[in-house]
Design a protein around this ligand. Structure first.
Ligand code: TXA
Ligand code: MG
Length: 354
């Protein structure tokens, strides 16, 4: 298959572009599109054959449900059994935006879209092109992140092209995304709203609007007692670069010293290594490849660059990657959640003898 690529300027699709993308979706095809979080791989959410194609293109396990993207509130009542009062409060506060809510699904949503579950995840993205695309394609777009399953999510159209070229019908290039991490997921079918995946919208922000809110205890992966995360996708090794990524935890000066020591050992054996540093620490590493992920003064910059940096190390053939750790509160919780998964839980503590 030849993947058609269009570049949308000024954040606005032309009539012809809308028609083209809409026709592909109505015919059961796949279109990758930008959102404010990461690029999505879209199909008609109400067409089971189309949803099934998404799993094939990504190499995604079929028990991992998709998020349905909508462009207005009328669409919500069509795909869910009931809209609880708290959902209206949350949608008023955060939609369009990087929040996904989970509801009981209505009959029109096929099990192919929900990975066999009776519940459905829904999000209204805060991105002009995404909203135009959803509307022109019938209003219900099932879309996971547009990466090969297990790889870092795409934050540019070039990332999508690398993973999906020849496997999907079209890529809409709307430039780099703003946030860079996937949406926060909150389950509204639980007794108390429960966060299944941390993101830009933090637990504290949700709590202010929805009252008592919990975080799924297995949010960072399968727990020691075997408890599985409630979002099926959160149990897999994820977001991972090809090189072996380790997070180094401890006081900043100890972290720098330990990373420098490990880099020296690896480079001494001619093994290509890389360091994920920050603007504040970049100059303190002695390594051929040091990349700053952003500044600790503004965690949004770190979120925005995380996946792109992991992909850059892959492109350079880096075999070992060492990363500083980040604050695990607020937005930092989402950053650490993704980093820990990308590292397959490999954390090196500077104050522990291994
Ligand atoms: O920001 C985002 O959410 C991006 C953009 C494209 O919108 N999408 C995204 O989709 O990250 P995906 O498929 O990569 O991640 C969806 C997550 C998975 O972990 C999946 O298991 C969970 O949402 N999920 C979907 N439906 C669910 C449901 N009914 N119950 C529990 N978890 C669900
Ligand atoms: Mg994903």
């Amino acid at each position: 298959m030849v993947t058609k690529k269009i570049t949308v300027l000024n954040e606005s699709m032309t009539q012809e572009e809308k028609q083209m993308a809409g026709d592909i979706i109505r015919a059961g095809g796949l279109v990758a599109f930008p959102t404010e979080t990461v690029y999505g791989l879209g199909a008609d959410a109400l067409n089971k054959e189309a949803s099934a194609k998404i799993y094939k293109a990504k190499g995604r396990p079929s028990d991992n449900p998709l998020i349905i993207h909508i462009a207005n509130m009328d669409a919500l009542s069509h795909i869910v059994k009931e809209v609880p009062a708290v959902a209206y409060k949350l949608s008023d506060a955060f939609w369009p935006g990087p929040l996904t809510m989970i509801f009981q699904k209505s009959e029109v949503v096929p099990f192919e879209t929900t990975g066999g579950l009776d519940t459905v995840a829904v999000r209204m993205p805060n991105h002009k092109i995404a909203l135009q695309f959803i509307e022109s394609a019938g209003g219900y777009i099932a879309a996971p992140s547009a990466n090969t399953s297990g790889k870092p999510s795409p934050t540019t159209a070039a990332h999508v092209q690398k993973d999906m070229d020849g496997k999907i019908d079209m890529i809409i290039d709307g430039g780099p995304v703003g946030i860079g991490l996937e949406s926060t997921i909150v389950d509204l079918t639980a007794e108390v709203p429960t966060i299944l995946r941390p993101g830009y919208i933090t637990c504290q922000m949700i709590e202010k609007v929805a009252g008592d809110t919990r975080v799924d205890p297995a949010v960072d992966g399968i727990m020691a007692d075997g408890t599985l995360p409630k979002a099926p996708g959160m149990k897999y090794k994820h977001y991972a670069p090809t090189g072996e990524l380790s997070i180094v935890s401890g006081k900043t000066e100890d972290v720098i010293q330990m990373i420098n020591q490990m880099v020296r050992e690896k480079e001494g054996q001619n093994i290509k290594t890389g360091v994920i540093a920050t603007d504040e620490t970049k100059g303190l590493y002695h390594c051929q490849t040091v990349k700053s992920i952003g500044t600790r003064k503004d965690e949004k910059t770190i979120a925005r660059h995380l996946y792109g940096i992991l992909r850059e190390f892959d492109d350079m053939g880096v075999e070992y990657i060492y990363s500083e750790e980040f604050n695990s509160k607020g937005m930092g919780q989402a950053i650490m959640n993704r980093l820990i998964k990308a590292a397959g839980h490999k954390i090196i503590y500077t104050d522990r003898k291994s």
